[in-house]
Structures are given as structure tokens and as C-alpha cells.
Design a protein around this ligand. Sequence first.
Ligand code: NAD
Length: 502
Amino acid sequence: MSAVNESLIRDVVAEVLGRLGGAPVPVKAPAPAPAPATAAPSCGCGGKGAATSAPGLRGKFGVFQDANEASAAAHEAFLQLQKQGVAARRKVEEIVKTLAEKNAEEWGRIELEESKIGRLDHKIGKLQIIKLVPGVDWLRPDARSGDHGITLEEYTPFGVVGAVTPSTHSIPTLSGNIVNIAAAGNAVVFNPHPSAARCAALAVRTYNEAIYREIGIENLATIIEKPSMESFAAMCRHEAVRLLLVTGGPGVVKAAMQTGKRAICAGPGNPPVYVDDTACMKRAAKAIIQGASYDNNLLCIGEKEVFALESIADKLMVQMEQHGAVKLTSAQLDALTKAAFTITPGQGGGCGHASVNKEFIGKDPAVLAKAAGLNLPAGTQLLFAETDANHPFVIEEQMMPFVPIVRVKDLAEGVKRSLEAEHGYKHTSIIHSHDLEALTEMGRALDTTLFIKNGPCMAGLGLGGEGYLSFSIATPTGEGVSNPRTFTRVRRCVMVDNLRIY
Ligand code: NAD
């Protein structure tokens, strides 16, 4: 058969299978598939011996029912990527960034329909900016040259990373994670949040189909289609999974740290904002509204409570009302609080504990307003009200388009209240001030991973501020805004006495 005919036939078969909904046939002849890996229990080989037969791993394009199969398939893909080198990693980075942008509108809508939290414009926006995640070029080896020769320190992959994604931004987190993890030469298996798992599986399948077409690797990012606590545990136990990356609240951070494997934990936040009398009130008000209303305040970095110096608190609130926020009266605040929190009475006369009512998380301002008993003007981005410092809206990470405003008498009280509200998560804090001493004091005292001065929270992730993007900010474990280097092992290669050329 001539080459032309063979290629024509391959294209026709791909087209027919595509229409039937079957697995696409690679149109660029892919590399021959090596023997698939098994889901065998641990034999102590560290994953190296996992490449034996299990034909069931093929044709799934990353979407698996079983955590062991998903992990084994990712391991096989890691070995293939290792053989193909840096050019293949670059191709994966380009594919994920291009497809995230191309599919942003459709995937944003699908994710919102499934998770039912957030705003469509921002769900789309979060996918359009995946291109701001760093890639292969981030990894620059470090070299030393001296009288005794040359030493090179290189950033090398771990193998398979086991990752957990949140409901708040499922496809964006997954996409950014694939870019960072694959740029460093690893493969990844995802146990996504159950309430945003279908959209995550759709994205994984689409990415894998494109990666397979281009470089012949089918399962570089795998996903457990119906995730559960059991599948999380199985993924963490799998011998090929060398490193964990979890993005979520306190529960998953604790669970990951208890696995015994190294865990990079992008944990919860409750970012406080302090505003003093040297700030520009208009700029501060606009920044607070922009950050706190983004995706209905689902961002872990989003402004969650504001401590305003009492001398400027009224001016700040006037500016907020002039720029798209609506102030609640104390009766409306009470009604919203009753609906948005369940208060469990305290033991033995102690304080009660408030837990957030999930029905209100990430919902539109109109939904909150209805519970508060008011009709909103069109275009309202955010609600706010004056509260005391111990109000549940201050203390809990509430993830709703509402911010409480608390008056404080001076910087010391602002810092103290901010520290209390942040709970030691060391995640994000924000200040609006032009007083250098206040900027320095709050920065030092809060000790957060992100500290943003005179801008909205997203400036901390390269959107309106300098820097780069990731949706996984490793807070309790200290790696910071994750990037390809986060997923590498540093290895040293030493040439004794030679190769120094002067
Ligand atoms: P969540 O904690 O409910 O779920 C996050 C993920 O962890 C999900 O996949 C969930 O299934 C899993 N999970 C939860 N408890 C678990 C356990 N005990 N064992 C194993 N898996 C478990 O969080 P969410 O509502 O999806 O996301 C919002 C939370 O995530 C907020 O606290 C937010 O601050 C945080 N977050 C942090 C970052 C960051 O970069 N630091 C980014 C996004 C979200």
C-alpha cells in the first residue's frame, strides 16, 4: 500500500470513529505503544517494575474508574515522556495552554452547570489565563565552575504526582497543574472534587487525545472518573505515586499529610484586608470589589473581611457603594447571617460554632440579597455590611460575594484582628496604605504566602501585578505559588578537574 493511501485510510477511519464517538485514531503516526503497566500491589520496586501487561489501560485517554489503573497508566506515560525528552514536554505545555483558551467558553459553562458555584464570566476568564502558568523554560539548571571542574544541579522529575483538585476551580486547577507537572517531566493522576468531576474528566480526555495525536502518549494526565475517599487513599498508596499535590480545605491537607508521602499542600485561606487613612479610598474600594466579587468570592486569595481605620471607614464604604457594591442594614445582615450559617450551640455555656451553609457558597449577590430581604440594582457585584470582629462572616472562610467591614482604632488593632481572622493559614493578606511602616509591619506580622499592597488579590497571581499564575498556592507546606520547579528533585552531577574552559 502506498504511503498516500495508508495516510488517507488512517484519516478516514479517524473521522468515522470520531463521528461514532469512539476513541480517535492518531493521525500523526504516534510512537509505538510500549507494554502497558499493571495495577499490581506494591512489590518494593518503587514503580520501576510496573511496566508489565494490562491491555485495559489503553483507549481510555486518561479517564479511569480505578485509582490503581489510573496511577499505573500515568506511570507508563511518565516512562514514555522520559524517553521523548524536553521537546515533548514543550508540546504538552503548548497543547494544554492552547486547548484551555480555545475551550474556555464551553468548559466554563460546563463547569458552572456541574458545580453550580461561581460566575460564568470568571469561570471562562480563569481558563483563558492558563497561558500565564510557567512552563518548561522555568527550569534553568544551576552550574558552578572552579579549579576543581564543573558541577551541574538539574531539576529532574519525581515520576507520577497524585493530585487533588477543588470544586471552586476544577478545570483551571487541573490545567495549570498539568502544565507545571509535565513541564518538569512528570505525569499526574487526579482525584478531583466529586461535585466538579465530570467537567474535569472531559478536560483530561480532551488533553490526552491531543497529546496522543501529537506525541503518541495516551495517559500523561489521568483522572478517577468517580472520585471518593477510597480512591484518594488508593491513589496515595500506589507505589508509582511519588509526590502529592492537594488543593483544598483543611480536611484534604490533613489527609495528605497523614499518608506518609511527601505532600505539597495548597490549603485554605481567609484573607484579611487592612485599610488606613493614607490609602486612596477610591482605589481601595475598587480593588476590594474586584477581588471579593471574582467568581462570587470563590478564590482562596479573595478578600474575605476588611478592617478599616475608624477615621476612614465611612469614606471607604461610600466609595464601595459608588463602585458596584450594596450596603446591607443591620437587620438585613442578621437575616443573611441566619440563612448563610448554621450556629451550633457551644458546650457548657461556651461560644457557639458557625458553619457555612453550602447553599450560599459561590452564589450570585442576588441570591444573598433575597435571603437578606432586599432587591438589588442590576450590575451589583458585591454586598457588604458593618460587623464586629467576631462575626461569622469575619471568622469563617465564607466564599460568598459579601464582605464584612470592621472598624479598628489603629494599625495595631488592624494587624491583631487580621491575624485572628487569618487563623495562621499563612495564605494571603492585603493592605491599602501608603505608610511604609504600616506596610512593613503588617507584612512581617501576618507572615502570609501572598501579601498584596494597594491592589486586588489577583495582583498576587500576576493579574495586574508582576508575577506568574498558578491555582495551587502551597501554603502550610511552604512551596508558595507552585511552578515547574515545585515538582522536581534537585540532582547534582560533578565533573572533577575537567571541562572548565579558562
Ligand atoms: P474541599 O476541601 O471541600 O475539597 C478539596 C478537595 O479535597 C476535593 O477534591 C475533595 O474531594 C477533597 N477532600 C476533602 N476532604 C478530604 C479528605 N478528608 N480526604 C481526601 N480528600 C478530601 O474544598 P473545596 O470546597 O473544593 O475548595 C475550597 C477550599 O480550597 C477552600 O478552603 C480554599 O481556600 C481552598 N483552596 C486553596 C487553594 C490554594 O491554592 N491554596 C486553591 C483553591 C482552593
